[in-house]
Design a protein around this ligand. Structure first.
Ligand code: ASP
Length: 434
């Protein structure tokens, strides 16, 4: 395979591996070498990585807006819109509940933290953040100022405003047609921007991985191996088990094809640790690679990135059992049921950005009376787990999008089954021919 023909996902994967190895080597052998730290870790890697994440985030708001306008106007029917929304919401809640139930079950069997020596780790202070009450979460769905919502990238408020706006375009009938055509063109342009950004992705992913692993180091995992191992195990079980069964049974599609086409998206999620920043890539993959129509994908993908966090729920389930074991606290069935309910609710109110899982965990612990300072114990390994769970979070978003699209008959199975559909195309910069 020549370098030119190599497909983008393979290329990104290779650069990701290189970043991981280089970062780990720096962590092991050059963590005190000032030159390496100044010029590479906090220099090139940091700058490139940060620029890459900003590039992705830069796309989210305009892409979601134009894509959602096209999507809603494409559906053209308020009942169908409600139905798609209700199905997606129901499935998001179901998959999150299944994820955390699996996590609690597996960790109750394995028992991480049973013989944990509280003195063996250097404790870091953890200050529990304020958790917003449910009423506020609901009130916050409606932006009092759309410009603020856009400026802050508040996804649920942006979705609310854009849907209302698009429905009203439909309501003005013929006169709204030109706005729809405009939005379609703008959407096409934004998709092209995604395409361009994908071309520099291998180097961005390399920089992010090199930076993270030179700072984190795999040695951190050792004292926490039981906790880390169980979270990783359940993440894999959920992504390759539960989710695939749902895809097969409810979506009637090949889980293997789905997983293959999701590999690129998972790498982006893994290296950015943010479902939100990954939205452009998830949207592109669900539409161009999996064949989901824009009318479904444009709505369900950003909605899922905000409210659906299966991987995060898994970390919370395992963390609950782990901390309960470490502190010798019996939670009992009611305690665990409360944890499941709380984790599902908490996932609605928090956005898919790095590290938010720990904040949600504090809400859950508060509710069931577990010591919130216990979170300090697991903070050290959270960065690495955040990467892994974010990959599972986005896989869940795309799986639900596919299932909903299948039930609405808004997916092209030809595209889904075509292994080359939606491969990143060559980009040609425009030149004036003289
Ligand atoms: N980083 C995760 C996401 O963006 C959320 C979390 O678990 O912290 O999906």
């Amino acid at each position: 395979m020549s370098a030119k023909k190599m497909n983008m996902t393979t290329k990104i994967l290779i650069w990701m591996g290189a970043g991981l190895v280089l970062g780990s080597l720096i962590n092991a052998f050059a963590s005190d070498v000032k030159f390496v730290q100044d010029y590479f870790v906090n220099g090139i890697f940091h700058v490139l990585g940060a620029i890459f994440v900003s590039l992705l985030k830069m796309l989210v708001v305009p892409l979601v807006t134009f894509s959602l306008i096209c999507g809603v106007c494409g559906i053209g029917d308020i009942n169908k819109l409600g139905r798609v929304g209700a199905k997606a919401f129901g499935l998001f809640m179901l998959t999150t509940a299944l994820a955390i139930t699996l996590a609690i079950t597996v960790s109750s069997i394995v028992g991480p933290g049973k013989n944990f020596d509280l003195n063996q780790t250097n404790k870091v202070e953890f200050v529990a953040p304020e958790s917003p009450p449910l009423s506020q979460v609901i009130i916050n769905l409606v932006p009092s100022n759309p410009v603020t919502a856009y400026a802050e990238g508040n996804m649920l408020q942006i979705i609310f405003f854009t849907i209302l706006f698009a429905v009203c375009i439909l309501m003005i009938g013929e006169r709204g047609k030109s706005i729809i055509t405009g939005a379609e063109k703008l959407n096409e342009v934004m998709m092209q921007v995604v395409n361009v950004v994908m071309h520099i992705a291998p180097y961005g992913v390399f920089a992010l991985m090199a930076k993270t692993f030179s700072v984190q180091g795999l040695g951190l995992i050792l004292p926490m191996i039981s906790y880390f191992g169980v979270v990783a195990l359940v993440l894999i079980l959920h992504a390759t088990g539960t989710m695939m069964i749902l895809l097969k049974v409810l979506g009637r599609v090949s889980p293997l094809t789905f997983l293959k086409k999701m590999r690129g998206v998972q790498i982006f999620a893994f290296s950015t640790s943010s479902s939100n920043a990954t939205i452009p890539v998830t949207l592109r993959a669900t539409e161009k690679r999996l064949g989901v129509e824009n009318s479904t994908a444009s709505f369900v993908v950003p909605f899922g990135a905000t409210i659906n966090m299966d991987g995060t729920a898994i970390m919370q389930g395992v963390a609950t059992v782990f901390i309960a074991n470490v502190y010798g606290i019996e939670l009992g069935l009611t305690g665990y049921l409360t944890v499941i309910g709380m984790a599902v609710l908490a996932s609605i109110g928090t956005a898919g950005v790095p590290g938010v899982g720990l904040i949600m965990l504090a809400m859950v612990f508060n509710q069931v009376g577990l010591p919130v300072e216990g979170i300090a114990l697991i903070m050290g390994v959270d960065r690495l787990l955040d990467m892994m769970r974010t990959a599972v979070n986005v896989t869940g978003d795309a799986a639900v999008t596919t299932i909903v699209a299948r039930s609405e008959n808004s997916i092209s199975m030809d595209t889904f089954n075509d292994p080359n559909a939606g491969n990143v195309e060559e980009v040609h910069l425009p030149h004036k021919s003289s």
